[in-house]
Design a protein around this ligand. Structure first.
Ligand SMILES: O=C([O-])C(=O)C[C@H](O)[C@@H](O)C(=O)[O-]
Ligand SMILES: [Mg+2]
Length: 429
């Protein structure tokens, strides 16, 4: 039977999802974070799902793209990158964004961050039309499950008085004992066997002590520390020296390729990044200077699952390793991350995911971690189904918001607790 794969409808649903008070170098996560759910519907009535950042600037570009997509065939993935969509550059200054900590912010990357959700949705629909999982459309899986690491955060037990939000049972983690207790909870709940600590929150010696405590509690397990560029070259080199025997890699200790290159020259600890190499244009300088040994791919801002494969191929050509970055995300993205991760030959590190921190999802069935791994589904498309009631409830929350939470702003969330807070200048230490 020949199917009509042309898109008849594109639906965009911005939502606010509950997010715990996770601390990073810029501030703290808001009680709710914006995400955008994309649905593409073919003329035959097949629906494909995608997910990306939900802040207004992404939503505006998504609306413009959605208008162009009606009539577009879900199999025309290359053409998604050729759509002529104007992207306003205002509010997208070069430099690290106020939320998200994922490197340079420019119009091209903004567009890719939106195109990625449409690409995933088209692949989901195409897979459903053909009766094939997304990984088959990407050339086929190389592994039956994908390993994730426990993404540890310093955090408060609850959002500050007056900020609202949902309570959870993780408790506070503000010192080495708290970090180890959180890691134990990750193991008990999801079976993770590798750990990443989000740093840049406390002075480096406190974070060194936390990583040491993890190494003692989980001997031999892969450990990572990521201060999001909060340290000077000298501090980065010192931390690398002090933790050299226990770190799998050190992630973005210092900000930008020149500083990372200097740190790399002073340590044998591999440096990873989701801040200085986040676009194809940044690869040449960083790789030729030896600034990074591992790049964290992320299909959202690299422009989709196929661009993620292109990135991995480039990394392989330069002998650079691949891992995976995440920002607060839901199950549609976790399914997409898992599908593409299963196809990457050079993926030798457990992927990051924020999913265990998300108590809410728009899927009828949550994805599960077994031994810290997510099974690579063989059901058609992404193999997930939308819970329309939950989508409507989270969209209602977005509609009811006065606009304050529709942009991720970790510094603004921090000011609820500390009114004088401003994003610290870097290097902070
Ligand atoms: O690896 C990273 O840099 C991240 O995951 C960035 C995120 O924005 C993280 O810092 C967070 O969720 O606060
Ligand atoms: Mg990082």
């Amino acid at each position: 039977m020949t199917r009509d794969l042309a898109l008849a409808e594109v639906r965009l649903t911005p939502i606010l999802v509950a997010d715990p008070p996770l601390l990073n170098t810029q501030g703290v996560h808001q009680p709710y974070t914006p995400r955008l759910i994309v649905e593409v519907v073919t003329a035959d009535g097949i629906t494909g799902l995608g997910e990306t950042y939900g802040d207004t600037r992404y939503l505006e570009v998504a609306r413009r793209l959605a208008d162009r997509l009606v009539g577009h065939r879900v199999s025309d993935l290359n053409a998604l990158h050729a759509l002529d969509v104007p992207v306003a550059a205002d509010g997208v200054a070069d430099g690290v964004g106020a939320g998200g900590l994922r490197g340079v912010q420019n119009a091209g990357k903004l567009l890719l961050s939106v195109v990625s959700a449409f690409e995933v949705a088209c692949l989901d629909a195409l897979g459903k039309a053909l009766g094939l999982p997304v990984h088959a459309l990407l050339g086929g899986k190389l592994r039956d499950s994908v390993e994730y690491s426990a993404y540890l955060f310093y955090r408060w037990a609850a959002h500050p008085e007056g900020a609202g939000g949902e309570r959870d049972d993780w408790g506070a983690a503000l010192d080495p004992a708290g970090v180890v207790a959180q890691a134990r909870a990750f193991v008990a709940r999801h079976g993770f066997t590798s750990f990443k600590l989000k740093g840049g929150v406390f002075p480096p010696d406190e974070e060194i002590a936390a990583v040491r405590a993890l190494a003692e509690a989980f001997p031999g397990r892969p450990l990572r520390l990521d201060p999001n560029g909060a340290w000077s070259v000298a501090t980065s080199a010192r931390v690398a020296r002090e933790l050299a025997d226990v770190l799998e890699y050190l992630e973005d200790p210092a900000l930008g390729t020149p500083a990372m290159a200097e740190v790399a020259a002073r340590t044998g600890v591999p440096l990873a990044t989701n801040m200085c190499v986040t676009t194809f244009a940044e690869i040449e300088e960083a790789f030729t200077r030896g600034a990074v040994q591992v790049v964290l791919c992320d299909h959202h801002y690299w422009g989709g699952l196929r661009n993620t494969q292109h990135l991995a191929a480039l990394c392989a050509a330069f002998g650079v390793g691949v891992s995976m970055h995440s920002n607060t995300h839901l199950g549609i993205s976790l399914a997409a991350m898992t599908q593409v991760a299963s196809t990457l030959p050079g993926l030798h590190h457990a992927c990051d995911t924020h999913y265990p921190w998300q108590s809410e999802d728009v899927l009828t069935e949550r994805l599960v971690f077994d031994g810290g791994r997510v099974a690579v589904g063989d059901a058609p498309g992404l193999g997930v189904a939308l819970d329309r009631d939950e989508l409507a409830r989270l969209h209602r929350r977005w509609l009811d918001d006065d606009g304050a939470l529709r942009e991720r702003d970790d510094a603004a969330a921090m000011r609820v607790a500390e009114p004088g807070w401003a994003v610290p200048a870097t290097p902070r230490w």
